[in-house]
Design a binder for this molecule. Structure first.
Ligand SMILES: [Zn+2]
Length: 159
């Protein structure tokens, strides 16, 4: 199954990189805060429906396990991110997918990341997978603190 998923991810990453938009300044700041090494490589492509690598009847079974298969609002293929048009401006969603980009970078290869991601989600379920929990938590804290200005340096006055 993994080689098939790898090929699928590669194909869709290329597609998003080719047709997607660059990150805006706010998103670049989030990406840096999250720790992404190459924020400028990222492209976001908005689609009516997010494709899935699985046939429809399997999708139905997977939905019963708690996966948002078939009606996902976003998907991250390393530097290529898909967002569903309805949610294209959803900050939490974009920040969440950016955390996945960082996870891909951290695990140094598509293979390593996908193997871990699939293992976690299959064993623990989508909602309990540590990579998903991290994406939710980091996305929320990134958005919550990103609007705060850095402290203004105090003026030094000479008397
Ligand atoms: Zn996720």
């Amino acid at each position: 199954m993994l080689p098939f998923v790898m090929a699928w991810v590669r194909y869709h990453e290329k597609n998003a990189l080719r047709y997607g938009r660059k990150l805006n300044d706010t998103e670049i700041n989030w990406a840096k805060k999250i720790g992404i090494t190459h924020p400028h490589k990222i492209r976001i492509l908005s689609l009516k429906r997010i494709p899935t690598p699985i046939p429809h009847f399997i999708e139905k079974i997977i939905q019963k396990l708690g996966f948002p298969a078939g009606n996902a609002s976003g998907m991250c293929m390393r530097y290529g991110i898909y967002t569903r048009q309805l949610h294209a401006n959803n900050k939490s969603l974009i920040a969440h997918e950016l955390v996945h980009t960082h996870q891909y970078e951290r695990h140094s290869s598509l293979w390593n990341f996908l193997k871990l991601y699939l293992t976690e989600t299959m064993m623990l379920g989508y909602a309990n997978a540590p990579l998903e929990i991290e994406a939710n938590n980091t996305a929320e804290s990134t958005i919550a603190t990103a609007h705060q200005h850095p402290p203004i340096p105090q003026k030094i006055t000479h008397q």
